[in-house]
Write a protein that binds this ligand. Sequence first.
Ligand code: FES
Length: 239
Amino acid sequence: MPVVTLTVNDELVSGQSGQSLLSLLKELGIEMPTLCHLEGLSDRGGCRLCMVELQGSKRLFAACVTPVQEGMVVYTHTERLNNYRRMILELLFAERNHVCAVCVQNGHCELQTQAAKNGMDSVRYDYLVPDLPMDASHERYVLDHNRCILCTRCVRVCDEIEGAHVWDLMGRGVNSRVIAGLNQPWGDSDSCTKCGKCVQVCPTGALTLRGSTVAEMEKQHDFLKWILTGREKKQWDYS
Ligand code: FES
């Protein structure tokens, strides 16, 4: 792949043409906040936490869906970006009912971690306090809409890795919801294979194992790499 040269935080660096800016920044050891990105899944630029400034543009760009380009001048942690990141996190907390103290993922939650890392110690916006249901119809797992940040990792892992496409999004804006099947109880979905991949990739306590109690739920992402490497090496091709 052709090499491109660009400037990141005033340092001259090189990357591969076609590579995403986020993957280059990770290679360079620059820690970028992310919530919707997960290694092994396609990127959608949804959470906007990985935003960067590009010289010559007033717009901000999500690094996960921006390819590196020759001559780019990138800034990753300006005051403007830090303020926006904090604002995004506050809006996420204000939109649903993220009550960490009684959440099964308290202490292992990526939203909570990002809030702490980005200095979000309070929320300046009015909480919407929506009246949201839980779906406990599945024999193994639970969906709690109160904790969902609509990152769509569950949608993507079920579609791209498991191939079942149980999950999707319905509605718009603050009324968007993750739905199973044709907006039916998860337990009634015929396409769910009960694999639990969606639960393991969920960054918050929105998808959890049935029976987990406060702070018990800790997610494992490693299976994604294991599956993708195995498929690449055709480890399970017995034909
Ligand atoms: Fe890039 Fe969410 S990680 S927008």
